[in-house]
Design a protein around this ligand. Sequence first.
Ligand code: ZN
Length: 276
Amino acid sequence: MPELPEVETVKRTLEELIVGKRITNVLVKWPKIIKKPDDVEAFKMKVIGQTFKGVRRRGKFLKLILEDDVIVSHLRMEGKYKLTSIEEEFDHHTHVFFTFDDGTELRYHDVRKFGTMHLFPIGIEENELPLAQLGYEPFSDQFTPEVLQQGFKKTSRKVKTVLLDQTIVVGLGNIYVDEALFKAGIHPERVTSTLKENEIEELHAEIVNTLKDAVNKGGSTIRSYVNSQGKVGTYQDSLYVYGRAGQECKRCNGELSKIVVGGRGTTFCPACQINE
Ligand code: ZN
């Protein structure tokens, strides 16, 4: 599933590709992707005739900004956008088509069909689900060690589970949460209320640094992720733990272990990340 660095990369490439393009037609082959409005015809009626004005990111969501409305899009497992000529062939995994007045088309491709699109009048989207329940952006000034500490105090859940749920800070998924926890030397099953102030400060710094680093490298190309220009990211070469179970720890040369935390496969170093 694309996490913040991959979604940020898609955002940047999409911005170059679609801003200024006017929608002349919309085709939806898999209506369940359109979550709001309920009626796909209403979705089409609203967006046809509008021009894309920008692309933003909130957590792992894309905000495709039109003149009057905004499409809040989540790629979930396998969603991808591609700009093509209207003549180009497409396969049966291509579900939504935005045709432009210049002979090009933005296509949404999603093998698993788990992706979603919600349409809102511009300005209200942050107050409505799915965006309304999101925590702080990791690169914003508002995301501080104190915010993390406050959020952690309120719960007795495991640190990995809390970081994945997007309510304190957004953007982390299975890859970057394992990486940040390893770099901070924190066991993924630690109960958040037991974390000490210095550990939380370290974790805060590693969350921000890991995500920034990954954005700079265009994200990680794991499985099928590519950005909207078909380019791949290179952060997978910098990973310490994710996808490396059974291999040597890059810090202590011990063997990395794999466990399940909150239903998610989790790789960590039993020597560098002690569960105390
Ligand atoms: Zn180690």
